[in-house]
Design a protein around this ligand. Structure first.
Ligand code: FAD
Length: 282
């Protein structure tokens, strides 16, 4: 399969890239790792007339902790960099991010695919989208009108859509607080496939007691979503099994050749309980 013809533009800096996107209009798209976009172009599901390549913007490829303990991940950081954490930025506080990377495709995909690309792509089962909801991430976005910060809760709109404007670039993902009791659990038909259902939980634990937490689900709706009913069980002192049952009751996942609605609801129940137990045991 070959993509439709397109013009290629290599960005030299973020502001230059956003100016170019604004000039080229809706027919232009950013390309980062190319692991999702190129496949879509080859299948003619996307036909951008121009690609603006940001892969060379090394300033967007970094991870750092700030004085308050928040974790900043540049949009061009690859899944593999997070998985290997060469500079030891994640520690126990963000071990969930490192551990979750093994679920993303295969090693060659993880060495090219980027954190920002995953979030901008807004797949309803993407691990980064789930983790950003569960860990209350904020996205720093820059465009010709300046910079803005968007909470993950307000970012994802539906199938592969977000509030990102066509001339805006996601430049940084900020995880504001350590998440030592967080976990991701999922089920995929084969190793490396996208998940049928994926779950990320982030428990608020003090002295061995769960005070509350966030529960995010993927593969049950058009976009990743939190489940307030399950979170209410956690803050009300309910068990993980009750939390999992509330999550399964709250969703009505679509059926397809890979599984019925009932099957996916059972996956939600199993995976939420599993993720809660794993998060508690960290
Ligand atoms: P690209 O493909 O370059 O771009 C994707 C989209 O995001 C495009 O619309 C592009 O315009 C936009 N974009 C990219 N970067 C930015 C930015 N900084 N600002 C604004 N817009 C931007 N992903 C998973 O999450 N889980 C999986 O299990 C999984 N399995 C995979 C299996 C296979 C076989 C393949 C080929 C891919 C898989 N992926 C999976 C996708 C992979 O994680 C991609 O890396 C990711 O979805 C996109 O990152 P990218 O850098 O390659 O983005």
């Amino acid at each position: 399969m070959k993509p439709a013809p397109f013009g290629y533009h290599r960005a030299r800096d973020v502001d230059g890239a956003t100016r170019l996107l604004a000039e080229l209009g809706d027919d232009a798209k950013v390309i980062a790792g190319g692991q999702s976009l190129v496949a879509m172009m080859n299948f003619r599901l996307a036909r951008p007339r121009h690609l603006v390549d940001i892969a060379g913007l090394r300033e967007l490829d970094r991870m750092r902790r700030d004085a308050k303990g928040a974790l900043h991940i540049g949009a061009l950081t690859t899944h593999h960099t997070v998985e290997t954490d060469p500079a030891g930025r994640l520690g126990a506080d963000f071990a969930v991010l490192r551990d979750a990377m093994r679920w993303i495709g295969h090693l060659p995909i993880r060495t090219r695919g980027t954190v920002g690309g995953s979030i901008a792509h807004a797949d309803a089962t993407a691990e980064w989208c789930l983790l950003s909801l569960a860990l209350e991430a904020e996205f720093v976005v820059r465009g010709p009108r300046g910079e803005r910060r968007i909470a993950a809760d307000d970012f994802f709109l539906g199938y592969y859509t977000s509030v990102l404007e066509p001339d805006e670039i996601l430049i940084e993902i900020v995880f504001p607080r350590p998440a030592p009791h967080a976990a991701l659990a999922e089920f995929a038909e084969r190793q490396g496939d996208f998940a049928l259902v994926a779950v990320a939980v982030n428990l608020d634990v003090a002295d061995g007691t769960v005070l509350g937490g966030r529960v995010a689900l993927g593969g049950v709706a058009a976009a990743v979503t939190r489940v307030p009913q399950a979170e209410a069980v956690l803050s009300g002192g309910g068990s993980f099994a009750e939390c999992a049952a509330a999550a399964a009751d709250a969703v009505e996942p679509p059926a397809d050749a890979s599984g019925s609605t009932y099957y996916r609801k059972q996956l939600v129940r199993t995976l939420v309980e599993r993720a809660c137990q794993e998060a508690m045991g960290r």
